[in-house]
Ligand binder design. Sequence first.
Ligand code: FES
Ligand SMILES: [Fe+2]
Length: 343
Amino acid sequence: MPKLKTLGHPLSALPAELPPELRGPDWVQANPHRIERELRTALALPSGGWYVLDASRSIGSRPRRYWVEGRELVAWRANREIRVAPNACPHMGASLADGLVRDGRIVCPWHGLELGSDRHGAWCPLAAHDDGVLCWVRVDPLPGDAGEHDPPTPRPVLSARPDTFIDSVMRMEADCEPRDVIANRLDPWHGVYYHPHTFKRLKVIGVEGGRLLVRVVYGITDRLGIEVDATFHCPDPRTITMTIVGGEGTGSVVETHATPLREGRSAIVEATLATSERPGFRRAIRAAGLIRPFILRSQRKLWVEDAAYAERRYALRSGRVPAAGRALKMPSATAGERTEPGN
Ligand code: FES
Ligand SMILES: [Fe+2]
């Protein structure tokens, strides 16, 4: 195997001894009970009712349709402000996403009703927030909803972000639930086996304040890579954030958000906020439009694979594929349908 050369700022010495649960082969360290325990802790966090919709730059003056928690919504921008409301027109139910925006108000494509920030009958805009990178919507739970005990907050919970950054946001959909997306990220051990094109070396080297600490080499070529230390934590039940804490790009974050759309269908919205202390980084920010497509391409490449991981997990969990040593229940043949040989 060719020797791997690494670039970037030097990293701190590895701990002399790893805790017992971080010893042994990777498949032993990737303990499903541990991952499940961390997932349960994340799922118990408050969210204030906020869900990521999409990248801020994806929502402009043309209305766009989204699903969140079984609700069909329309989002548009009125001047600089984002608006999110039910997609069905209160008059006869036309899809407002097929309409247009005039003077910040959405105009229904069927009979021209204009709707803005005020309630119109049962039609009422939802709380929305643009954090500069992502747009969020707050879906207040109805009595009896699962989120009933998660009181609404004026703003979503945000992870710490770098002061200056180049951002790239990827959105894709998958047949799974948000918990499957978060569980994928709570299992960093899979990276080097499942994405060998990107991760040339990956080792979980500790736990810092409850966060897994990972030393990873991102491959540039087969023999050359950039080595960094990164932590993972969940600021809310549908987000997991990777923060570079050592090496090149310290302070950069990758926020992975999962939004439930309909039953068994979720959106994965991942924001990469890359920063650097290098003097040329200010110039790089000016060229962000050129750099962004490269970041997006590598995000998408990883998430095509990770979406398949999350979908597989969901299929196992929901009993659509059998776990090891099990079989799916087969319909039993009735006597009338059975055809014996010779009959
Ligand atoms: S359906 Fe919208 S104005 Fe009639
Ligand atoms: Fe992955």
